[in-house]
Design a protein around this ligand. Structure first.
Ligand code: ADP
Ligand code: MG
Length: 899
C-alpha cells in the first residue's frame, strides 16, 4: 500500500479495480443480456447470443466405443481417435495428430478447405492403421453457426483469419461429409458438430456428478451451460435441457459495460482488428491483458510516474507483453525480478519502484479479469438456480484456459467472487484438460447413444400416437355404434348403449322451488338441498362416507345407509317438516323406463353391491325409506351425472345440449331427436340420451388401438376383459396406470432410470393421474418433476424426468384426442339431425381430469375443431352439475307436471 502513494498510479489502479456493487451490476446486466439472447423477440439483436447446441444431456459414463474428432483450430487441423471404455471417463485412450494448414487454404474456396480436412482424416486413419469399421465423427468448428440439429449447422460468418468462399450460409456438416465421401471413406459419418466450449463441459462430467457449466478463459473467453429447454425460445420442441453456447465475449457491445471501461480499454479496443466488438472478451481474454497493461504503462510513463529517463517508445509496439511474462511477474516468488527482466528485455531501465508498480498493474488487470469472469459466471449460476426453481444449487463448473490453469490469483478470485455474487450456489470449479478433443468424442458418443435411445423410445410410444386418419376412424366407429345403440333391434348388441333418460327439455329459466338432491357414483356421496329461485340457484350440501363394506355389501345395507344420511341431513338443515321432490344423481349405467324409474344394468367404479342389478334404484330407495318409516321422501327423477352436468350448464346457456364427464370415468349425453330413438315410444321433440360411451369398443371395434400397455392396465382392473374399453383410454382412473406401465417397459429396456429396477413402480396406482397434471404443467422445471418422482422413490436424472414428461404427454394427448373423436361423432350427428350446414352447440363439462389437467381441454377442443369443422362447439365447465343438475331435472319435471 505504501507503494501507491503517488496519486496518478493510485488513480490508474483504482480505475482498474471494480467494486463489489459494480460487479453486482455487471452480473445483473449479464442476466438481462442472457434473457434477451434466449427470447424469441430479442434474440436477433442480443449481444450475448445464447446459441442452442442441440446437446440435451451430459454424459453418464456409459458412452462407449471408438470415435473420431476433427478440430479446426487457428491454423491447424487436429485429428483425434478416442476410445471410450464405458466405465465413466476413466481409462480413456486417445491418439492425435495435427496438420498445419497452408495460408491459402484459409482464404481459398470452401471446397478446398473441406477437401483438405477430409485428407487429414484419411491420412490419420491410415496412420493409425484403422480398420474399415464404422466411425462416428465429431466436428469441432469454432465459428458462429446457426445450428438446427446436432448435425446441421449453417455457418453465419468466418472469423480468426478464415475467409473461405462459398461456405457462409451452408451446412458445414454436410460439406465435410461430402468431402469425406469423395475420398470414399464411406465408413466415416459426421454425426455432431460443436463449439469448443461444450467439449470442456463434457470431459468434466464424472459419474453421478454431472458438470453443467463450462468456462473458457484463454485467448478469448466463453461460457456454456445446461439450460432448461423451455426457456430456449429459439428451439421449437422444448422439453428437458439443452446446452447453450453463450458467446459471452460480445457482452457489453451495446454499452452495458461502459461504466467500468477505462481509457486503457478504449485504446486496446481501437487498436484491435474489430473495434467496438467483443468488449467483455477484451477485458478478460489473454489476447488482450498484455495490451491493457501496455496502455496503462504508456499513460503512467507519459505522466512521468514510470521509467523516468528511459526511452519508452518501445511501449508503442503492440504485443510486447506476453501472457507468460505477466503470469511470472504475478505468480513467481521473484516477481519483482521477473518484472525487471521483462522490462530490461524491452530496453527500459526500470527502477525498483518501477518494477513494483508494474507488478501492481499486472495484478490488478488479471484480478479484474477474474472478477469479471466471476460476475458472468454468477449470472449463469443464478439463472440456473432460478429457472430450476431451487433455493440452492450445487453445481460443477469445468474451467479451461491458460489463465485459469497457471494463475492461482485468478483461480482464487474467480472462486471467491463467484461465491459472493451467487451465494445461493455451491460451486465447484474443475480444471479441464484437453476438453475440446475428448469432450468432442464424448459428445459424439452421447449423441449416438441418445439417437439410438430416441429411436427405441419412439418405437415404444408409436402405438399410442394416433394419426388424423386413426381419429377419423374412431369417429366413424362411434357414429356407427351410436346408430346401433339407438336401433330397437340392434340396441342389445351395441357397445354404446344410448340409454333414454326421459329428460325431454333443458331448463328455460322459469323453474322455481326447493329440491333435495342425492349424488352417488362420484368420488363422494353427497346430500344436497337446492333452492331454485328468481335470483339464481342456492344450495347447501354435506358429504357422507360410504364405507367400503357397504360399497361391496348388500343392496339393503346401501340404501338404508343412504336414507340415514338423508334423514341426518334434513335434520341438520331443519327440513324435517317438508316433503321435498328429490332428484337422484346415480352415475351408473341404467335402463330408464321413466324419469323416476331406472333399472341398474351394472355397477362400475369400484361398487359391487349385491341384489341391485336388474332393480329400479328409485324403488330401492323408496323401499328403504319405508323400512325406516321415513315419509319425507318423494323421488321424482333418477339422473345420470352427464345429464346433471348438461342441465346445470343449460341453466346458464340455453345452447347447452351435450353433457360430458372426464373424471374417474368418462361418459357423455346429448339431446337426440325422438324419432331417432327407437327404444322409446313417440316421435315428438327430443330426449336426452345417456350414451354410456365408456363401454365403446367393448365389442372389439377399438382393438386396433388397444396397446400392450392398455392390456396390462386392463388385466389389473375389477372389470377385466372388454368392459369400459373407451373409458380405459381416457379417464382419470386409468391414465396414471397406463403411464406406470410404460415407465416399467422403459426401465426394462434400459431407457429409464439407468435400467435399475424400481420396486415402488411395481405398485398399482402409485402413479396417480394427478401427477400427469403436475408434470405436464407449462414451464415446470425438470427439477420439480424430479422432486415428484423422488417422492415415489424414483431417482430420476433430468433426462429421465424429461422422458417421464414425454410419456405423460403422450398418454394424456391420446386421451384428449380419443375423447374428441367421440364428441365429433356426437356433434356431427346433431348437426345432420337438424339439417344444418353449421351447428352451434355448447358442451357442459365436469370431471377433475378435464378441469385440472393443463392441456387436456385445449387438445380436446383443437382436435374436435379438426374433426368436426362445421360445428362451433363451446365448452362450459359445470359447477356441481351432479347436485344442481339433479334438482334442475326435478324442477323441469315439476314444471311439466303443473297444470
Ligand atoms: P368423479 O368422476 O368420481 O365424480 P372427479 O371428477 O373429481 O370425480 O374425478 C376424480 C378423478 O380425477 C380421480 O380419479 C383422479 O384420477 C383424477 N384427478 C384428480 N386430481 C387430478 C388432477 N389434478 N389432474 C388430473 N386428474 C385428476
Ligand atoms: Mg363427478
Amino acid at each position: 500500500p505504501a507503494l501507491t502513494s503517488c496519486s496518478q498510479v493510485k488513480r490508474a489502479l483504482l480505475a482498474l479495480t471494480i467494486p463489489l456493487e459494480a460487479l453486482q451490476a455487471v452480473k445483473t446486466r449479464m442476466l438481462q443480456a442472457m434473457h434477451r439472447g434466449l427470447s424469441r423477440q430479442t434474440h436477433a439483436q442480443a449481444t450475448v447470443q445464447m446459441l442452442p447446441t442441440y446437446i440435451c444431456s451430459t454424459p453418464d459414463g456409459t458412452e462407449k466405443g471408438d470415435f473420431l474428432v476433427v478440430e479446426l483450430c487457428h491454423s491447424q487441423v487436429r485429428t483425434l481417435w478416442v476410445n471410450l471404455p464405458g466405465n465413466g471417463n476413466q481409462s480413456i485412450q486417445e491418439m492425435y495428430r495435427t496438420f498445419s494448414m497452408p495460408e491459402d487454404i484459409m482464404k481459398g474456396t470452401g471446397e478446398a478447405l473441406f477437401d483438405f480436412i477430409a485428407q487429414c482424416v484419411q491420412q490419420f486413419l491410415t496412420g493409425i492403421g484403422s480398420s474399415q469399421h464404422r466411425f462416428s465423427l465429431g466436428f469441432v468448428f469454432p465459428f458462429r453457426c446457426r445450428q438446427t440439429q446436432l448435425d446441421k449447422a449453417e455457418l453465419i460468418s468466418w472469423a480468426k483469419n478464415f475467409s473461405c468462399s462459398d461456405v457462409e450460409g451452408k451446412d458445414v456438416v454436410q460439406l465435410l461429409q461430402l468431402a469425406i465421401n469423395k475420398l470414399e471413406l464411406y465408413h466415416v459419418h459426421v454425426i455432431a458438430l460443436m463449439n469448443n466450449t461444450v467439449g470442456t463441459m463434457m470431459t468434466c462430467s464424472l459419474e453421478g456428478k454431472p458438470c453443467e457449466v463450462a468456462l473458457i478463459v484463454d485467448k478469448g473467453t466463453n461460457c456454456c451451460f445446461m439450460a432448461e429447454a423451455q426457456l430456449v425460445e429459439m428451439v421449437e420442441d422444448t422439453s428437458g435441457q439443452m446446452c447453450i453456447n453463450m458467446e459471452w465475449g460480445c457482452f457489453g457491445d451495446d454499452g452495458a459495460l461502459s461504466d467500468i471501461l477505462t481509457p486503457y480499454d478504449e485504446h486496446v479496443d481501437q487498436e484491435s482488428s474489430n473495434p467496438g466488438e467483443k468488449r467483455f472478451e477484451k477485458m478478460v481474454g489473454t489476447l488482450y491483458l498484455g495490451e491493457i497493461i501496455r496502455h496503462v504503462l504508456i499513460s503512467l510513463a507519459a505522466e512521468k510516474e514510470l521509467f523516468v529517463g528511459s526511452n519508452v517508445v518501445v511501449l508503442r509496439t503492440k504485443g510486447v507483453f506476453q501472457m507468460q511474462q505477466i503470469l511470472e511477474i504475478i505468480e513467481s516468488e521473484q516477481g519483482m525480478a521477473e518484472a525487471k527482466k521483462a522490462l530490461e528485455a524491452l530496453g527500459l531501465q526500470p527502477s525498483e519502484r518501477d518494477c513494483s508498480r508494474v507488478q501492481q498493474v499486472c495484478r490488478v488487470v488479471v484480478s479484474r479479469a477474474a472478477a469479471l469472469c466471476a460476475a458472468g459466471l454468477a449470472a449463469v449460476l443464478s439463472h440456473m438456480c432460478q429457472s430450476r426453481e431451487l433455493e440452492q444449487l450445487g453445481v460443477n463448473v469445468a474451467v479451461d484456459g491458460e489463465l485459469y490453469h497457471s494463475c492461482s490469483r485468478f483461480k482464487e478470485i474467480l472462486q471467491n467472487v463467484t461465491e459472493l455474487l451467487a451465494p445461493e450456489c455451491a460451486v465447484t470449479l474443475l480444471p479441464s484438460v484437453d476438453g475440446t478433443g475428448r469432450g468432442a468424442a464424448i459428445v459424439t458418443a452421447l449423441s449416438l447413444r441418445l439417437a439410438d435411445q430416441r429411436h427405441e423410445v419412439n418405437q415404444l410410444l408409436a402405438p399410442l400416437r394416433l394419426s388424423r386418419a386413426n381419429l377419423e376412424h374412431v369417429q366413424a366407429l362411434m357414429r356407427q355404434e351410436m346408430e346401433l345403440g339407438l336401433g330397437r333391434e340392434t340396441n342389445a348388441t351395441a357397445s354404446v348403449r344410448m340409454l333414454p333418460t326421459y329428460v325431454c327439455g333443458t331448463p328455460d329459466g322459469t323453474e322455481r322451488g326447493e329440491f333435495l338432491a342425492l349424488d352417488l357414483g362420484g368420488t363422494n356421496f353427497r346430500v344436497l338441498v337446492v333452492h331454485v329461485a328468481e335470483d339464481g340457484i342456492h344450495m347447501a350440501s354435506k358429504i357422507y362416507i360410504i364405507p367400503t363394506a357397504i360399497m361391496q355389501g348388500t343392496g339393503e345395507e346401501l340404501f338404508d345407509h343412504i336414507i340415514e344420511c338423508i334423514m341426518d341431513f334434513q335434520q341438520k338443515q331443519d327440513l324435517m317438516e317438508q316433503v321435498l321432490p328429490l332428484g337422484f344423481t346415480f352415475s351408473f349405467p341404467c335402463q330408464q323406463l321413466g324419469l323416476d324409474k331406472a333399472v341398474l344394468l351394472s355397477w362400475t367404479k369400484g361398487f359391487s353391491v349385491s341384489g341391485c342389478v336388474g332393480q329400479d334404484v328409485a324403488q330401492l330407495l323408496r323401499e328403504a325409506a319405508q323400512r325406516k318409516q321415513y315419509l319425507g321422501l318423494k323421488v321424482v327423477a333418477v339422473v345420470n351425472d352427464t345429464v346433471g352436468t348438461m342441465m346445470s350448464c343449460g341453466y346458464d346457456d340455453p345452447k347447452c345440449e351435450i353433457g360430458l364427464i372426464v373424471g374417474t370415468g368418462t361418459n357423455a349425453c346429448y339431446m337426440e331427436e325422438m324419432c331417432n330413438v327407437d327404444t322409446v315410444e313417440g316421435d315428438q321433440g327430443r330426449m336426452c340420451i345417456n350414451m354410456e360411451w365408456g363401454a365403446f369398443g367393448d365389442n372389439g371395434c377399438l382393438d386396433d388401438f388397444f396397446t400392450h400397455f392398455d392390456q396390462l392396465v386392463d388385466e389389473k382392473t375389477i372389470n377385466v376383459g372388454k368392459q369400459s374399453r373407451f373409458e380405459k383410454f381416457i379417464s382419470g382412473m386409468y391414465l396414471g396406470e397406463i403411464v406406470r406401465h410404460i415407465l416399467l417397459a422403459l426401465v426394462e429396456k434400459q431407457l429409464l432410470f439407468h435400467g435399475k429396477p424400481c420396486p415402488k413402480l411395481q405398485t398399482k396406482d402409485i402413479f396417480q393421474t394427478k401427477f400427469l397434471s403436475t408434470i405436464e404443467m407449462d414451464g415446470l422445471a425438470l427439477q420439480e418433476v424430479q422432486t415428484i418422482l423422488q417422492d415415489l422413490e424414483l431417482h430420476a436424472s433430468f433426462k429421465d424426468s424429461a422422458l417421464v414428461r414425454e410419456v405423460c404427454q403422450t398418454v394424456s394427448l391420446r386421451a384428449a384426442q380419443l375423447c374428441a373423436a367421440g364428441l365429433a361423432a356426437v356433434v356431427e350427428k346433431m348437426r345432420e339431425n337438424r339439417g344444418l350446414a353449421r351447428l352451434a352447440v355448447t358442451v357442459g363439462v365436469d370431471g377433475t381430469l378435464y378441469k385440472m389437467h393443463p392441456h387436456f381441454s385445449r387438445h380436446l377442443q383443437q382436435t374436435l375443431r379438426d374433426l368436426a369443422p362445421n360445428c362451433a362447439v363451446t365448452f362450459l365447465q359445470s359447477e356441481d352439475g351432479s347436485g344442481k343438475g339433479a334438482a334442475l331435472v326435478a324442477a323441469v319435471a315439476c314444471r311439466g307436471a303443473e297444470p
